[in-house]
Ligand binder design. Structure first.
Ligand SMILES: Nc1ncnc2c1ncn2[C@@H]1O[C@H](COP(=O)(O)OP(=O)(O)OP(=O)(O)O)[C@@H](O)[C@H]1O
Ligand SMILES: [Mg+2]
Length: 284
């Protein structure tokens, strides 16, 4: 089987640095990731470790410093409607309403459909994220969680083959968050899309994904081991929490992340101590 058929998204030995010469910081290093069509992969990590950078590389919004990012075997050279990105900072246009922001995507993708059909699509996706009552509101009139839902609706409305989601649910309360998790899972099941979910919540990753991969703490962060989540679907939050295998898996992922944190603390502590030079005092 050729790579093209086997993997929809591939990162081969990818490095990404920021800054010039002396100031250069290597955020991601040795990133190797292969994602199969239809897979749901969660990437979990601490703040500032390079998760958004990773999603931007996959989305074609940032080029790698070295290494290759491939989509269906071809180099990713920029953004594409095949790869819908749900941004962490929502990126809504402030002068457009909810319908207007979702409409931007719908009008771009469904140029051949009539105005009426496009309006119906906009309403469908706004309704899907529970925002129909706020459809005419501007972003400044919405809460953070509502803005996040507009961003989810906009990406879904483009019907991309690959959905790259950068902490799409982090500003939501627990109840809305679990409702949207289930909606995203329904869409994934119905459409067979490939999903990469960035999350800071191990339990969210374990509930939703086929596998969860921790990102190490940088600089020079690389990916940790890929933990397969072999729980049958549809998953039930309550019964999962009582499943011995699941509890073991969750403990392993959390241990990996805690060990990373401990290593970081140790490294910081040693760089903060000022060892004295190894010199004999001179007698005067
Ligand atoms: N355009 C840029 N120029 C310079 N440095 C950058 C740039 N983008 C990101 N960085 C740096 O790269 C590191 C990783 O940033 P990134 O946004 O990818 O982290 P993150 O894991 O998404 O964090 P969070 O969980 O807080 O969203 C940070 O130290 C950040 O300052
Ligand atoms: Mg981020």
């Amino acid at each position: 089987m050729s790579t093209e058929e086997e993997y929809i998204l591939e990162l081969n030995n990818v490095t990404r640095s920021f800054g010039e010469r002396d100031e250069e910081v290597c955020v991601l290093e040795n990133i190797d990731l292969k994602i199969k069509k239809g897979e749901f992969v969660a990437i979990v990590g601490f703040s500032g470790t390079g998760k958004s950078t990773l999603i931007n590389l996959m989305g074609g919004l940032l080029p790698p410093s070295t290494g290759d990012v491939l989509c269906k075997g071809a180099p990713v050279v920029g953004p594409s409607p095949d790869r819908g990105v749900i941004f962490q900072n929502y990126s809504l246009l402030p002068w457009l309403s909810v319908a207007g922001n979702v409409g931007l995507a719908v009008n771009q993708i469904y140029k051949d459909k009539s105005k009426q059909e496009r309006q119906e699509l906009i309403e469908k996706y706004v309704d899907m994220v529970g925002l129909y009552p706020a459809i005419d509101k501007k972003p400044k009139e919405l809460s953070g969680g509502m803005r996040q839902r507009v961003s989810v609706a906009r990406a879904l409305s483009m019907d991309p083959e690959i959905l790259l989601m950068d902490e799409p649910l982090s500003a939501l309360d627990a109840l809305t968050r679990s409702v949207l998790q289930d909606q995203i899972l329904d869409i994934w099941k119905q459409t067979g899309k490939t999903i990469v979910l960035i999350t800071n919540d191990v339990d969210e990753g374990l509930y939703m994904a086929d596998r969860i991969i921790p990102l190490k703490i940088g600089p020079n962060a690389s990916l940790g081991p890929s933990f397969e989540i072999n729980m049958p679907r549809p998953r039930d939050r309550k019964s999962m929490n009582h499943d011995a295998d699941f509890k073991k898996l969750r403990a392993s992922v959390k241990k990996f992340l805690n060990d990373e944190k401990a290593k970081e603390k140790e490294a910081n502590a040693s760089s903060e101590s000022y060892p004295l030079p190894d010199l004999e005092p001179v007698s005067v």
